[in-house]
Design a binder for this molecule. Structure first.
Ligand SMILES: Nc1ncnc2c1ncn2[C@@H]1O[C@H](COP(=O)(O)OP(=O)(O)OP(=O)(O)O)[C@@H](O)[C@H]1O
Ligand SMILES: [Mg+2]
Length: 331
């Protein structure tokens, strides 16, 4: 609670600080994005909307999280300075926190950044936003869990009265908490395409009943426990998306990112009100701004004003602090 009272007071100070940091970090991020194309000796395997994957060997990948931001599945021209560092720190925190629930791609890596980049100078250029992970066979779906009626779930509820095949009680309002958390998987669309919500039966057909059941049970378990943890820190995790892959033995392993503002909707519990869409730490803030423009949501995305960028920087840093207590002075 103390943090929330303080948050209002320090917000203006943080904003000024953030503008100053923005100038310095923009330089560092530009330096980084130039460098991201030229990591010596490691082939760039895949460039996602946010992450760049380099091949280390046939069992390992270097995953570098950039400061790119996407909205409506379009990469925007701006960078959000330090965003990649926040996402990396937050994911590392949650992967460690969830170790007792499910194996993850960091834990299964048999190499470290130090093994791959023995030169400290070279390592220091990426250390805060890069990890060595076990290369997995990613499942072609997004394991989404929702605790609240928002986003595409709210749209589906309004048009069909159900989400991913589960019927919900009548008369629910936007942002209402669901009777119980729901597993609402979606397809994982390629670059430039949109994911689509699918039924549990669709998942059973695509990966088989045993794996589908395991996926649902683990996803709900992580969500429930993470939501309880976050609530003690004043944050509601309204929904989140997990990605899983299989190792060479067919074991289910958690990969990609975990419980970050890019993969989840975080709301401040003391601002939550059923019936209204609560202010969010996720990209909703940027989406709300974009909705005020006359943009058809196809590439190229519009430039964000520096004020929106600066406020987004603050949000990413705040959520890291709220969840992990870490101060972000590492970038
Ligand atoms: N351990 C891993 N092994 C193999 N692939 C991985 C691993 N961890 C993450 N990935 C993949 O790396 C990519 C990371 O890219 P990024 O986070 O930019 O997302 P994206 O593919 O653009 O899409 P999305 O919006 O769904 O996150 C994803 O395709 C993810 O599935
Ligand atoms: Mg991703």
């Amino acid at each position: 609670m103390f943090y929330f009272q303080r948050m209002g007071e320090v917000c203006q100070f943080q904003f000024v600080l953030s503008i100053l940091l923005l100038m310095e970090c923009t330089f560092m991020s530009t330096q980084f994005s130039a460098m991201s194309q030229t990591i010596k000796g490691l082939p760039l395997l895949y460039q996602g909307k946010v992450r760049d994957l380099y091949e280390v060997d046939n069992r390992h990948l270097l995953m570098v999280t950039s400061d790119r931001i996407s909205a409506f599945d379009v990469i925007l021209p701006n960078i959000i300075p330090g965003k990649g560092v926040v996402l990396t720190e937050l994911s590392n925190f949650w992967f460690k926190w969830a170790l007792h629930l499910v194996p993850n791609h960091l834990q299964l890596a048999e190499k470290t950044l130090k093994d791959v980049f023995p030169d400290p100078e070279q390592r220091s250029l990426i250390a805060s936003r890069a990890v060595i992970v076990r290369k997995l066979r990613g499942l072609p779906l997004e394991a989404i869990v929702r605790g609240y009626l928002i986003g595409s779930a709210w749209k589906d509820y309004n048009s069909k009265g159900m989400i991913c095949g589960t019927r919900l009680p009548e008369g629910m309002c936007i942002a209402d908490s669901l009777p119980e958390p729901l597993f609402t998987p979606s397809t994982k669309a390629g670059l430039g395409n949109h994911d689509e919500n699918v039924s549990f039966e669709y998942i059973v057909d695509s990966i088989g009943p045993k794996l589908a059941e395991q996926l649902r049970t683990i996803s709900l378990d992580i969500y429930r426990k993470a939501a309880t943890y976050a609530l003690k820190r004043g944050i509601i995790i309204a929904d989140t998306k997990f990605e899983f892959g299989l190792d060479e033995y067919g074991n289910l392993v958690l990969m990609d990112e975990l419980l970050t503002p890019d993969s989840s909707r975080f709301w401040l519990a003391n601002q939550y009100q059923s019936g209204t869409s609560p202010p969010s730490f996720d990209k909703q803030f940027v989406r709300d701004y974009l909705e005020t423009l006359d943009w058809d949501k196809t590439p190229p995305g519009p430039e964000l004003p520096s004020e929106i960028v600066a406020k987004t920087v603050i949000r990413y840093r705040d959520v890291l602090k709220l969840i992990t207590d870490a101060e972000l002075n590492t970038f």
